[in-house]
Design a protein around this ligand. Structure first.
Ligand SMILES: *[C@@H]1O[C@H](CO)[C@@H](O)[C@H](O)[C@H]1NC(C)=O
Ligand SMILES: *[C@@H]1O[C@H](CO)[C@@H](O)[C@H](O)[C@H]1NC(C)=O
Ligand SMILES: *[C@@H]1O[C@H](CO)[C@@H](O)[C@H](O)[C@H]1NC(C)=O
Ligand SMILES: [Zn+2]
Length: 315
């Protein structure tokens, strides 16, 4: 099914939230609210987000990712404050697609959105070694094995989400301005407007270094259909930029209008899931290759020594 033939909203909106008048909310940082009462899978065992412990992750070299049409100007892309986040719907043609990276087949990108906190100390959904980041971006894809995203989210590995952390610096990230400059017109939920972003430029430079695990949507219905790719290297934005996100948007829940911040779910337990790390960054692999080399040298030397000693009649 071609994305351009899709009515862009609300069907695609189903992914992270049901509708603008949805019945769930982030009550407080950490999401202590009980989403399981909504008759969905939010209390099951393979939920997201999780704290990724680097030292416990299993080394695995995944093949490189292939991203197609990520950098074409998102012609027809629309940005909206949906009451839970600011979200960009990608319905350009041809659609951006993702394959490789250990994924099974080709996935179509449908939307990206953000989770952020009211201070720099929290805001991301995933943690890395016990640390959170001020913001996290999710790029949501569904497998081309399925006709649409609603069908895909009922299937194991039906969705693939790229998770990108952000950290705060003093410099404005010019690539991120495409989002920031639209915020004044997104104050109230609803009212989408056109946006032009280069998705490739919002990714970390090395997008082949990542963590991989199986989890869920981080909002109701919490479907356990997501292949997660979490990038350890944070993208930089300025404190001025993140403060725009923290102050410009409004959400409405139970008739109350509040500033849209702290839209992240609390950590879920890992429950013995395997977390893989695929780090081919030279800084990370050099020590490994170096230690293998040292090991090899020691082996050669000890064999040589043995021969030396044995010929000398010591052994
Ligand atoms: C809850 O989920 C079950 C299983 O999917 C379904 O049969 C039932 O109708 C749902 N109940 C409500 C109130 O949505
Ligand atoms: C998705 O595809 C399924 C199976 O073909 C179909 O039954 C369903 O109506 C479709 N949903 C949407 C929202 O297009
Ligand atoms: C970032 O951009 C805003 C808006 O253009 C500007 O007011 C601010 O001074 C810039 N900050 C830096 C550090 O360049
Ligand atoms: Zn998300």
């Amino acid at each position: 099914m071609s994305l351009s033939s899709r009515i862009y909203f609300p069907p695609l909106g189903l992914l992270c939230f049901i509708s603008l008048t949805s019945s769930w909310s982030y009550l407080e940082p950490g999401g202590t609210i009980d989403w399981s009462s909504k008759n969905n899978t939010c209390d099951e065992t393979f939920q997201s987000p999780i704290d990724i412990i680097t030292s416990e992750a299993i080394d695995k070299r995944f093949p490189p990712f292939h991203m197609e049409h990520y950098s074409t100007t998102a012609d027809g892309a629309r940005i909206v404050n949906n009451g839970h986040t600011v979200e960009v719907h990608l319905n350009q043609s041809p659609a951006p697609t993702l394959s490789g990276g250990g994924l099974d087949g080709i996935y179509t990108a449908v939307q990206f959105h953000f989770h952020w906190g009211s201070s720099d100390n929290y805001g991301s959904e995933h943690f890395l070694d016990g640390n959170s980041f001020p913001m996290e971006m999710h790029i949501v894809h569904y497998s081309q094995k399925y006709p649409n995203i609603s069908e895909a989210l009922t299937k194991k590995n039906g969705l693939a989400v790229l998770a990108i952390f952000f950290e705060v610096t003093n410099c404005n990230n010019t690539e991120f301005q495409c989002i920031i400059k639209k915020l004044p017109s997104l104050r109230n939920p609803g009212f989408p407007t056109r946006v032009y972003c280069n998705l490739l430029k919002l990714l970390p430079k090395n997008f082949d270094d990542f963590f991989r695990y199986s989890g869920s949507l981080t909002t109701p219905p919490c479907s356990e259909s997501v292949v997660w790719t979490v990038y350890p290297k944070a993208v930089k934005i300025s404190s001025w930029q993140i403060n725009q996100l923290r102050t410009q948007l409004i959400r409405i829940y139970d008739g109350d209008r509040t500033v849209l911040v702290n839209n992240f779910r609390g950590l879920q337990s890992r429950n013995n899931r395997r977390i893989y790390k695929s780090i081919i960054d030279s800084g990370a692999t050099l020590p490994r290759q170096f230690s293998q080399l040292v090991f090899l040298l020691v082996m050669i030397l000890s064999v040589a020594n043995l021969e030396l000693f044995s010929s000398a009649g010591v052994i």
